[in-house]
Each structure stands twice: as C-alpha cells, then as structure tokens.
Design a protein around this ligand. Structure first.
Ligand SMILES: C[S@@+](CC[C@H](N)C(=O)[O-])C[C@H]1O[C@@H](n2cnc3c(N)ncnc32)[C@H](O)[C@@H]1O
Length: 302
C-alpha cells in the first residue's frame, strides 16, 4: 500500500487509442480497457522502480518467496496477467520459466518487451486470447484491485482458471480493505479532510477513489476484505489453497531498507512475517494479500 503513497508521479497523457501487436502477429486495441484516471496514473512510469525500496521492496521479496513456494518447478509455463513492466515475469524467466505477459497499459507492455526475456502483449484480463489449459500458473498480481466491479474480477479469475492446466495455480493479489486507514495513521494524513474522506469510503465499501489525482494517494481501485478475496477465488471455480498476508504487520516499520540490507535482521523480519502470514485474526493488517487458488477438477481428470 506504500505503493499508494510513496511516489510522486508526473502525468503524461498518451493518445486515446492504442494498437499493439501481439507476438503472434495479431493486434489488440486497448482503448478503453483502463479508466482514464488509472491510465494517467501509470502513464508517468510510476510502476517501474516502485518495488525497489521500502514497502515495495518488502512486497517484492515476500511475493517472490511465496511464488517459489507455490509454483511448479521451472520450466513451467507462467502467464503474468496485469504483469506491468515485467518485474516478476523477468525474474521468473531468469529462473528458467516459460513466461508470457499480458497487460492493458501500452507503456508497461513496451517496458516488459524491452527486457527481451519473454513474450509480452497488450490485452484485457477479462477476455484472454490464450487457449484453454495452456499454463501451469497464472499470476494476477496487482490486477484485481483495478477491476472495481466484482463481476469484472470474477471474469478475470475465470479466465485465469480457463487457461490453467489441471493442478495449476492462480496467484491472486489484493490490497487490504484496511491499508489506507493504517497508512494514514502512520503517515499522519488523517488530519487532512480530503484523505479522511477517501479512507471513510475505503472502509465503507472498499471502493478507493482519488478524485483530485493527488500524487501519492493512488488511483481508482477496490480494496478487499480478506474474506471477499477468498470468496471470489472460490466463486470463480478455483479451490482456495491458502490466503496469506504478503507483508503482514511489517510494512509499518519505517526502517525496512536497513533491515532488508542486514542479513541477520532480514532473517528476523522474514521469519516473523511468515510466522503470522496465515493468521486470520491479522490478515486485514497487511498491505497486500495473496490468495493461491488451484484448478482441481482437471487435475482429477488426468
Ligand atoms: C499494480 S500494477 C501490477 C504490476 C505487476 N503485476 C506487479 O505486481 O508489479 C497493475 C497492472 O494491471 C494492469 N491492468 C489493470 N487492468 C487490467 C486489465 N483489465 N487487463 C490487463 N491488465 C490490466 C495495469 O495496466 C498494471 O500494469
């Protein structure tokens, strides 16, 4: 959730219509997939670099740790949907995974392609071009919170399930419903009536809005109650393996970079987070949640 507040972004309005060639040669027109304000948020390039420091660095480290735990060993086929500039896709490709990335933001697809390590194309998570049962894992990391309507999140989860092979997993990330009130408290922002109003909306409905495009207050998103994420994964026809806290309470520490840099303190940090990662009483206190869903039916057919 520091993602929401850690960056000052310049705004670069891109053209209204985007046409990107997919690796297969077909073209995907992405106009209108992302609401304008989400497009403006990412158009400044904020996503690249965010995972390099503080809370973002912890999110990256922990998400990698969890992916290592749940992914089939390389070379397995991984589809990174809403994969952004390819931070996870690039890392997985380095480990020997066969990775494809899909994203609705042309800038991110371009940045992902520049890594030159995997296929990247423009597309909409709610309607994927990929064929049925063609991947061992689908990543939805940071995607679901931009689908603010439940029916759209279910479409994306069902598409992920469709392209999964039997026994394959979906790793679905979300922002906690309570992240903005906690962050507002830590950063002393609750005294600002505009931020307080945003937090009140988040708590009441999960619908996060930043009407003034205030830098650092993120953009249009849905913040999940942990129970909602679990329910959506199940409703999409997946078995819920686990629901875990990515950063747990540790995202509140103000010296994360120092702790991560020191091997002994990093070990203590990561141990404490994993000791509490599945505790239902604490799940809402994390910034990001990660649900692991499994396609069980096809596995039984094998
Ligand atoms: C918070 S970023 C996460 C990027 C990357 N997965 C990560 O965790 O670092 C969310 C990404 O989802 C993409 N996105 C949002 N809605 C989408 C949709 N309907 N279809 C495909 N991508 C979408 C955005 O363009 C953005 O790149």
């Amino acid at each position: 959730m520091r993602e929401l507040y850690a960056v000052v972004h310049s705004i670069l309005l891109l053209g209204a219509s985007f046409v990107l060639s997919s690796p297969g040669g077909s073209a995907a027109t992405l106009a209108g997939v992302l609401p304008d304000e989400i497009d403006r948020h990412y158009a400044g390039g904020v996503e690249l670099g965010w995972l390099e420091r503080g809370g973002g660095r912890l999110e990256l480290q922990r998400t990698r740790e969890l992916l290592v735990r749940f992914l089939a060993p390389a070379p397995a086929r991984v589809l990174d949907v809403g994969g952004g500039p390819g931070v996870y896709a690039g890392w997985l490709a380095e480990q020997g995974y066969e990775v494809s990335l899909v994203d609705a933001m042309p800038l991110h697809v371009e940045q992902a392609r520049e890594l030159g390590m995997f296929a990247a194309r423009g597309g909409d998570a709610r309607s994927l071009d990929e064929t049925d049962e063609s991947f061992d894992a689908v990543l939805l990391l940071g995607l679901l919170y931009h689908l603010t309507e439940r029916r759209d999140r279910l479409l994306a989860l069902r598409e992920a399930r469709r392209v999964l092979c039997g026994g394959g997993i979906v790793a679905a990330g979300a922002i906690s419903r309570f992240a903005s009130v906690i962050d507002g408290l830590v950063l002393s922002w609750l005294g600002d009536p505009r931020f307080r109003a945003i937090v009140e909306g988040d708590l009441a409905t999960g619908q996060h809005r930043n009407p003034g495009d205030e830098p650092g207050w993120f953009t249009t998103a849905f913040f999940h109650h942990p129970d909602e994420l679990a329910a959506e994964v199940r409703e999409a026809g997946l078995e819920l393996d686990v629901l875990l806290a990515v950063e747990g309470i540790a995202w509140l520490l103000n010296d994360l970079d120092e702790r991560i840099d020191d091997p002994d303190r990093r070990e203590q940090l990561l141990w404490a987070i994993s000791a509490l990662e599945g505790e239902p009483a604490l799940l809402g206190a994390t910034a990001h949640l990660l649900a692991i869903g499994r396609r069980a039916d096809a596995a039984e057919r094998r």
